[in-house]
Design a protein around this ligand. Structure first.
Ligand code: TXA
Ligand code: MG
Length: 336
């Protein structure tokens, strides 16, 4: 797998135009790039990741106005999209919009009549998309089921030998995937996947906007989630993961002292633990915990002696929603 520097973007772009896969950095996590207008190139993404074919991909663009070329035009919705992209793009907000038929091959959308579009806040990746001249699909650049990559080394670990290359970059600043917002009905938008952009942040700029946060628990039995990705277990290392609140952490570790435990928790808590326990400090705030969660899970995944991974659970406030959502999916149990 090649690692392209910023001055080699033209080479990375050429590989992409030749239908090869090149991973790209974003502010959230690294994406696995392929040109979005080619069935074969997109099919490679599913094959390499081992991704179920009914899970649609996000299309990444570099010029905000391009969304209007792909979304079916409707005055109210167009106005809302314009407001959202003015405030939040480039940034960690994916907009799900009804797609103009025939725009992208059907494996991009998994047969849905909508498409998720995002403009990532990363200069190198914006230049890459510009240089290719075609939008890029970009699911997270990990093997399906594993934690999303927030560093080049994570991409290399999962995909070396399977893809053409990766665009070099610093680690991702945010660390969890974008907020997925369905704006099909502009009177009533829905957060299909929580992310860095919260309901409160949306309503701060658009006070009139009706925003629903759709949780998996809102689904009737057998009902399909609107965002197909939500039904899959995710982000999981090979060992069992248990989420435990700060208050219960010390007693939980005590009660499970017969197992070799790896602890992912805030830095203070890690400092309090006995030296015999493996720790990976997540920092001092939920923002830092989001940045470090996937790296921490991957760190313990690589340590074979670890039998159980214990991760600090944060109270489910709106600000903590993305962290809690990803941790909930990675863990088999939550101890509040
Ligand atoms: O931050 C991110 O969004 C990263 C970076 C690389 O941009 N990408 C990412 O892609 O997380 P992926 O494929 O791992 O997750 C895409 C999510 C899935 O849950 C998928 O089901 C949902 O977005 N999605 C995509 N298109 C959709 C659509 N048309 N309707 C509903 N959900 C959609
Ligand atoms: Mg993913």
């Amino acid at each position: 797998m090649l690692e392209y520097t910023l001055s080699e973007i033209d080479k990375a772009a050429e590989a992409l135009r030749n239908k090869e896969l090149v991973a790209f950095p974003t502010e959230t996590v690294f994406g696995l790039g392929a040109i979005a207008n080619d069935y074969e190139a997109v099919a490679k993404v599913f094959a390499v990741k081992g991704r179920p074919s009914d899970n649609p991909l996000i299309v990444h663009i570099s010029r905000p106005e391009d969304i209007f070329a792909y979304a079916i035009s409707e005055p109210k919705r167009d106005e809302l999209i314009q407001q959202l992209i003015t405030h939040f793009w480039p940034g960690p907000l994916t907009l799900v919009v009804p797609i103009v038929p025939g725009t992208f091959p059907e494996n991009v959308t998994g047969g849905l009549d909508t498409v998720g579009i995002r403009l990532p806040n990363h200069r190198g990746t914006q230049k890459l998309i510009d240089e290719v001249g075609i939008p890029l699909v970009g699911p997270s650049a990990n093997l399906s089921g594993k934690p999303s990559p927030t560093r080049v080394e994570h991409v290399r670990h999962d995909l070396d030998g399977k893809i053409n290359g990766v665009l070099s970059s610093e680690p991702s600043r945010i660390g969890v995937e974008s907020t997925v917002l369905d704006v099909t009905d502009p009177e009533h938008v829905q957060i299909l996947r929580p992310g860095f952009v919260t309901k409160e942040m949306l309503q701060k700029h658009l006070p009139e906007l009706s925003v629903e946060v759709v949780g998996l628990s809102d689904l009737e039995q057998d009902e399909k989630p609107k965002s197909p990705g939500m039904k899959y277990r995710h982000y999981s290392p090979s060992q069992p993961v248990i989420a435990v609140s700060k208050e219960k952490m010390l007693s939980f570790i005590e009660e499970n002292s017969d197992k070799v435990i790896g602890v992912l928790a805030n830095t203070d808590l890690c400092d309090q633990l006995n030296d015999a326990i493996y720790t990976y400090p997540l920092g001092d705030s939920v923002k830092e915990a989001m940045q470090n969660l996937y790296t921490g899970l991957r760190f313990f995944d690589e340590l074979e002696m670890i039998e159980l991974i214990v991760v600090e659970w944060y109270p489910e406030t709106s600000e903590n929603a993305a962290y809690c959502n990803r941790l909930e999916k990675a863990s088999s149990k939550i101890i509040y």
